[in-house]
Design a protein around this ligand. Structure first.
Ligand code: NAI
Length: 340
């Protein structure tokens, strides 16, 4: 259930042996910000992966109990808790995938950019530690505003001389999960079959679902395209408002992040059929970072699925041009912060 619809073969767990090339596969995953609203359910879902030998969970507080609690689940991985900056380096040693959901979430009326002043420094500090302790790891950035925190992470890694653009990911999986859910509901489709690529970035109009590229092929009226696009773009705000001040999406986000972790582990494990959307360094447009579908392999991003951006509808083409200035500004804000 945690697998991307773009890899049809991999949806059948009975076929795992076909791609599970290394029977001893045993990866180490670290979650930074693991005691939070996303971190806890994410840690639980990741604890269920058969591909993981060790799960490190780190937070500035309240992580010890979470680690003990999780450690009682009789799934293969060992869980270790790390509290506070003095334990941060050890939480990262030997880790293959680092997931970062540390930081503050939105309250009603806030945009993701309103979180910048707090989350930018949190991401900077954490990625510095990643660079020092596990520079070869895949890094998944969840902390918002992703459109700026991902460029911050890239800049920090460059400054440390360990930047590998193929291994740094802004997590936009929740946009895809939402798009798939809403399209399946609207069109009465079987959920498991639906796959909508979502490109651009991860805030407001920078989130661009390419409904014309939905698989299986579906036709939409202009009204449906407008309604679905706006709903997907505002889905985060839908949750923020429903939670009335208690935070933003945590459970659906944990589900989406766990899917992205599982996809990364399958790619590391040699599965040649792993595709996910992610906000990454990219040549697909004139912007230095852009979310699109990518093929994942052992070394990270192996290919960009450029065909998604060809033959767009007029609506999508206009939306793509319209999102570029906002996305560019958010990217530049992140880079400027990291360079100051
Ligand atoms: P939360 O407040 O429930 O949890 C955040 C956790 O981060 C807390 O446990 C806190 O102690 C920890 N933390 C704070 N500073 C830290 C530091 N320096 N090092 C390590 N941990 C630290 O927030 P929630 O709901 O889990 O959201 C986390 C982030 O994820 C927010 O920035 C939110 O905007 C973002 N988010 C991203 C989504 C996406 O699609 N990429 C979707 C939903 C939320």
């Amino acid at each position: 259930a945690l697998r991307g619809a773009a890899a049809p073969k991999a949806q059948k767990s009975s076929q795992r042996s076909q791609y599970h090339l290394n029977p001893q596969a045993s990866y180490k995953v670290a979650i930074l910000g693991a005691a939070g609203g996303i971190g806890q359910p994410l840690a639980l879902l990741v604890k269920m992966s058969p591909l993981i030998s060790t799960l490190h969970i780190y937070d500035i507080a309240n992580v010890k109990g979470v680690a003990v609690d999780l450690s009682h689940c009789n799934t293969p991985s060992q869980v270790l808790g790390f509290t506070g900056s003095s334990e941060l380096p050890n939480s990262l040693k030997g880790v293959d995938v680092v997931v970062i959901p540390a930081g503050v979430p939105r309250k009603p009326g806030m945009t993701r950019d309103d979180l910048f002043s707090i989350n930018a420094s949190i991401v900077k500090t954490l990625v510095e530690a990643v660079a020092d302790n596990c520079p070869d790891a895949f890094i998944h950035i969840i902390s918002n505003p992703v459109n700026s925190t991902l460029p911050i992470a890239a800049e920090v890694l460059k400054q440390k001389g360990v930047y590998d653009p193929k291994k740094l990911f802004g997590v936009t999986t929740l946009d895809v999960v939402r798009a798939n859910t809403f399209v399946a509901q609207k069109k009465n489709l079987k959920l498991i079959d639906v796959d909508v690529p979502v490109v651009g970035g991860h805030a407001g109009i920078t989130i661009l679902p390419l409904l014309s590229k939905t698989r299986p092929p579906v036709s939409f009226t202009d009204e449906e395209v407008q309604e679905l696009t706006v709903r997907i773009q505002n889905a985060g705000t839908e949750v923020v408002e429903a939670k009335e001040g208690a935070g933003s999406a945590t459970l659906s986000m944990a589900y989406a992040a766990a899917r992205f972790v599982e996809s990364s582990l399958r790619a590391l494990d040699g599965d040649a059929d792993v595709y996910e959307c992610s906000f990454v360094q990219s040549d697909l447009t004139e912007l230095p970072f852009f979310a699109s579908r990518v093929k994942l392999g052992r070394k990270g991003v192996e290919a960009f699925i450029s065909s998604d951006l060809q033959g767009l509808t007029e609506y999508e083409q206009k939306a793509l041009e319209a999102l570029k200035p906002e996305l560019k500004a958010s990217i530049e804000k992140g880079i400027a912060f990291a360079q100051k």
